[in-house]
Design a protein. Sequence first.
Length: 151
Amino acid sequence: MDRIDRHILSLLQKDARQSTADIADKVGLSASPCARRIKKLEDDGVISGYRATLNKQEVGIGMTVFVEVSLNNHQANSIEAFEQAVLDMEEVTNCHVVSGAYDYLLEVVSHDLSGYESFTRKLQRLDNVKDIHTHLAIRQVKESREVPIFS
């Protein structure tokens, strides 16, 4: 990946709806070579997809919660069962395996507190969940829609 590819990625992260011609103009290429570069970045998996970013309040999401989860055991089948359950829970927007005092950090969204309570009941019913600790997000200071592109 060269400087031009990184510039293309930066532009696409800011606005993926830009035309190839607009991107080409900004990076100093003609449209055809720019389109080939974008296609190669997609084919290589550097660009994994395109999506719309929604305003949470406008779609009825009133709260974001971070949930620390510890499992009863770390057997492969237990881990697989938990991770599959999380993949099936639409409230979970992000899930990370982490080191430290707990095993997973979930980012969960809900309409309201009673919706979150329903979610926690689902989580508590999983056989392999040992502990759940909740952190309510009071206010979001930064939302990064872009991944830094290091040289």
